[in-house]
Design a protein around this ligand. Structure first.
Ligand code: PLP
Length: 438
């Protein structure tokens, strides 16, 4: 381990050949590649630590975009995937089936509340949301109702990067202006978090109900839109409004699913059973790409008919990939055999105390915690490049976005490593705050 006690400029990174050679070949996500610092070359990961090519170790405060809930290389998942790889790495799900997918669907149906019992697999969160939207539109068509093809979504929301899912993202942070004309136009509302917004939401929904297939929301925490949090009552209000107007309700639990907010699914805390739920990020414990769109029985029944045209017209090539399903089954085993939800509760307590000192810093607007999510909101966006080297210097991987510095560690993180993460956030945001004042 290098000296991470802080002070001075960060040590220059040693960069392997393949990194420089791929500088233009490997197109990076959401990055102005010309001006951004080079990405950090990771050669291995174990537990909560990433190992870089130069031997340095970083404590991961991001869980690889919120997926690695059991940490990296958990032996139980590793063994399950190895065994599956030696038997059946992949087979199409059209006309064929295999036990890992069948078992996983049955287990998810059992775990999810109410009659959320019908599982459609795909390979990314965006596609799971695309499928949910297509399912909602076709639900109405199959029932002989036409014209219900729009969606109500919320400011601050994020649902993915494909065309339909971009259209239900926050209109400012999303690509609505850039891609005008390409994206369908949806009905965007404020989350009904208080009386005034509730009245406005009811009016909006009543006005558009005839053309709306479903309302879509990230329950309890809007993730990529800035870690914005709302309470269970807000979700119950939305659910009642949907029930009253006959509009379907989709909970996008791609980020919140599998314990991140404190209950296994955020809908459980709200006591709401949505018509359709989407899952992905932590589904395989952060190992392989997999996603699920799960529908309640009344939705499924509209597709279960003598009419071939009523079938759901979707089918990704790698749908229900056996390796990914084996990983997901092993991940569910770990939720049964290891104390993940109490670990999340302990992380929540720690984050609340550990991030609190940020609250008084000049330039910090808010500090908020829900489950294993801690967010420090700054008063301006675009500070990531300034903050990053200071985090690296402290041996932690923290990647702020927009005006938010956040932590979403693996659930298996111990007290000391968690303390290192919160201490680094307090110190680095403190440095930023003093620099900003001077
Ligand atoms: C990440 C995310 C998505 C998109 O998932 P991808 O796997 O990146 O396509 C959709 N919805 C929510 C709530 C997410 O956090």
């Amino acid at each position: 381990m290098p000296d991470t006690s802080g002070g001075g400029a960060p040590a220059p990174l040693w960069l392997p050949d393949w990194l420089d050679q791929s500088r233009r070949a490997l197109w990076r996500p959401y990055t102005q590649m010309k001006t951004a610092p080079p990405p950090l070359p990771v050669v291995s990961a174990r537990g909560v630590r990433l190992t870089l090519a130069d031997g340095r170790e970083l404590i991961d405060g991001v869980s690889s975009w919120w997926t690695a809930c059991h940490g990296y290389c958990h032996p139980h998942i590793e063994a399950a995937v190895r065994e599956q790889l030696s038997k059946l790495p992949h087979v199409m799900l059209g006309g064929l089936v295999h036990e890992p997918a069948a078992r996983l669907a049955t287990r998810l149906a059992r775990l999810l509340p109410g009659d959320l019992d019908h599982v459609f697999f795909s390979d990314s969160g965006s596609v799971a949301v695309e499928v949910a939207m297509k399912m909602a539109v076709q639900f109405w068509l199959n029932g002989g109702v036409s014209g219900r093809t729009r969606f109500v979504s919320f400011r601050g929301g994020y649902h993915g990067d494909t065309a339909a899912t971009m259209s239900v993202c926050d209109p400012e942070e999303g690509m609505h202006a850039l891609l005008r004309g390409y994206l369908p136009e949806q009905v965007i509302a404020d989350l009904p978090t208080d009386g005034e917004r509730r009245t406005a939401f009811s009016a909006l929904l009543a006005a558009h109900a005839h053309e709306v297939a479903a309302v879509i929301v990230e329950p309890l925490v809007q993730g990529a839109g800035g870690m914005r949090m709302h309470d269970a009552e807000t979700l119950r209000f939305i659910a009642r409004a949907c029930a009253e107007t006959g509009v379907l309700l989709i909970f996008d639990e791609v980020m919140t699913g599998f314990g991140r907010t404190g209950s296994l699914f955020a809908c459980e805390e709200a006591g709401v059973v949505p018509d359709i739920i989407t899952l992905s990020k932590a589904l395989t414990g952060g190992t392989l790409p997999l996603a699920a769109t799960v529908a309640r029985s009344p939705i499924f029944e509209r597709f279960w008919a003598d009419d071939a045209q009523a079938a759901l017209m979707h089918g990704p090539t790698f749908m229900g990939n056996p390796l990914a399903c084996a990983a997901a089954n092993a991940s569910l085993d770990l939720f049964e055999t290891e104390p993940r939800l109490s670990q999340v509760a302990a992380i929540e307590r720690h984050l609340k105390g550990g991030l609190e000192p940020c609250r008084t810093l000049l330039g910090v607007v808010d500090v908020r915690v829900k489950g294993a999510i801690g967010a420090v909101q700054l008063d301006r966006a675009g500070e990531g490049d300034w903050l990053r080297p200071h985090f690296l210097e402290r041996g932690v991987w923290v990647r702020p976005f927009g005006d938010v510095v956040y932590l979403m560690p693996p659930f298996v993180i111990d007290e000391d490593d968690l303390a290192a993460l919160t201490k680094a956030v307090v110190e680095v945001v403190g440095l930023w705050s003093r620099e900003r004042a001077s």
